[in-house]
Structures are given as C-alpha cells and as structure tokens.
Ligand binder design. Structure first.
Ligand code: IMP
Ligand code: MG
Length: 175
C-alpha cells in the first residue's frame, strides 16, 4: 500500500480495531454509568474512532468536537497549541477526551491543562494508539487501545500529509 510517496504495510485490521473499541466502550459504560459524561473528540485524526466508539456507548452522554491549532511564535520558542471550537460549558462536567494517537504527549498535556483550568469535575483520556515517547503522561491515560512502537502509522483517521485518513485499517511505515 502506497500513501503519497511512501510504502506502508497493514498493521491493525479493522476487525481488531472494532474489537478493541468495543472493549473500551464496555469499560466506559460501566465507569460513567451515573455520570452523564461529555465526550470531546479531538479533530481531525479521531473522527473515525470517535464515531465507532460512540456507537458502542449506551449510557446518557454528550459529544462535542474540538481542534488543536499549532502555530510558531514570532521568536519561535516552540510550538504553541491552542484549542479551537470549544462551545460547551465544561464547568463541573465529567469530560472524556477522545484522541487518535499520543506521540510525545505534548498535545494531550496542553489539552488536559486547558480543561482542568475550565473547571471540569474530571478529565480522562481515551486514546486509540500510544507511542512509547509519551511515557511521562502515560499515567494520566486511563483508556489506551494499542501501545505501538515509534513508527509512523496511517489510516482509520490518521493521515500522512493529509492522505490516508479514509483507510479502514491501520498501516505502518515499511522499513
Ligand atoms: P504529540 O503532541 O507528540 O503527542 O502528537 C500527537 C499528534 O501527532 C497526533 O494527534 C497526530 O496528529 C500526530 N501523529 C503522531 N504520530 C503519528 C503517526 O504515526 N501517524 C499520524 N499522525 C501522527
Ligand atoms: Mg490528533
């Protein structure tokens, strides 16, 4: 399978993704039974996972979507990340963030800080994939689908330079 200019091989099948998604949903349905959680999916990457996960959620809950915009400051001190599109009042809510992948963990750390500062009652993270570099925030990730090696993956919402999000399986970059 070639995406843009690189060769990928199948890594996680759609059947395995569906099974793992159901397992996570079973846990969420139990853990949030009395809580009416607010799920917040981080676009774009998590759109497919979020849709499949929510179909397995059978408790009263809300879902909303945000985007993380990154931009370089003038005197580039690094990547500044900003949440856009958050219209919900999350004060006192039990927030469950839905992510596609945690790599270094920088994005999720920023998101966690922001939600906590907005007065959420609780904030937990569901991520389909986790790479080893993110071990520092690893403790804060309660629901992890697959721990994967530090190799680039594409498909099921994840992109390579904007391409490949539509693939129903997840593919890994060939050596
Ligand atoms: P972090 O801030 O380093 O954790 O970066 C997380 C973001 O990097 C994800 O939301 C993805 O958009 C992107 N990313 C990291 N690894 C991959 C990958 O293997 N495939 C596609 N996108 C990735
Ligand atoms: Mg993402």
């Amino acid at each position: 399978m070639v995406v843009k200019d690189k060769a990928f091989e199948k890594y996680i099948s759609s059947e395995e993704l569906a099974e793992k998604t159901r397992e996570i949903a079973v846990r969420l349905n139990a853990d949030y039974k009395e809580k009416r959680p607010l799920f917040i999916a981080i676009l774009n990457g998590s759109f497919m996972f979020a849709a499949d996960l929510m179909k397995e959620i059978n408790i009263e809950s809300e879902i909303s979507f945000v985007k993380v915009a990154s931009y370089e400051e003038m005197e580039s001190t690094g990547n500044v990340k900003q949440l856009i599109g958050l219209n919900e009042n999350i004060f006192n809510k039990d927030v469950v963030i839905i992510e596609d992948i945690i790599d270094t963990g920088r994005t999720i750390v920023k998101i966690l800080e922001e939600f906590k500062s907005l007065g959420a009652n609780s904030v937990e993270v569901v991520t389909l994939l986790q790479k080893p570099k993110s071990n520092e925030v690893g403790d804060q990730l309660k629901y992890v689908g697959f721990e994967i090696p530090d190799k680039f993956v594409v498909g099921y919402g994840l992109d390579y330079d904007g391409l490949g999000r539509n693939l129903k399986d997840i593919y890994q970059l060939k050596d």
